[in-house]
Ligand binder design. Sequence first.
Ligand SMILES: C[S@@+](CC[C@H](N)C(=O)[O-])C[C@H]1O[C@@H](n2cnc3c(N)ncnc32)[C@H](O)[C@@H]1O
Length: 243
Amino acid sequence: MWPKDALKRMVRALPGGRHLATLYRFMQGTDARYASLWRRSPPGLFQPFATTGVDRYPRMFAFARDHLGDGPDRRILSFGCSTGEEVFSLRRYFPQATIRGIDINPRNIARAQASLARRGDDRLSFAVAASAAGQGTGNHDAVFALAIFRHGELGDFPPTCSHLLRFADFEQSLAELSACLKPGGLLFLRHSNFRFQDTKLSAGFDLLLEGPRSPKTPLYGRDDALMPSTPALEGVAWRKHGP
Ligand SMILES: C[S@@+](CC[C@H](N)C(=O)[O-])C[C@H]1O[C@@H](n2cnc3c(N)ncnc32)[C@H](O)[C@@H]1O
């Protein structure tokens, strides 16, 4: 019998193999939410997979809390919050802050809202949105965009990513996230297929924290072309210039 990974690689190498693999996953019911979103490909979609977990980024969350402090005036945005675990985890680090999670996938948000209804917390909220454009201007202390600016179908390191992701969309989305940060606010990025320092926007930020980059995550440049090598570290926390 073929080892599962070898079989998966063979199927994905066939013409249309990626679509076959997705259809198979859908029929198995293992990630129906992903398959449904992928078929519709809504404008602005980055990572369609909803993979998430409780306290998935403890170092980053603790760094944010230590840097910003908690308080009822603190406001945090989780962009691409999936089914809400990121927001509920942040609540443990920021017991008093107002925290909002947004996600492009209505099924993820419905699940997050159902969990919230069971917990009852009027300073947490969730909404369906494909960008931060509606989240106000200069009113957030921290924005988390974790495992969103990537695509799970790029795992074979194709020479371009433009069929799935475009640097221009990444830069535009970051401009919207930056606009809703206060001066001095923190931007957290993780597991991206692009680098923040390649955007023009990054000139308005200082790098505060780096973390190890996964060698399984290919990196693409401003032209959507695969970079020849991936550095060992990635910038994960950036501070917007200001007081
Ligand atoms: C891999 S999950 C990351 C979840 C969480 N941030 C984490 O790291 O555990 C990626 C999420 O990004 C969402 N997403 C993709 N494109 C988006 C967009 N343009 N706006 C909002 N959410 C988006 C997907 O629906 C999915 O829930």
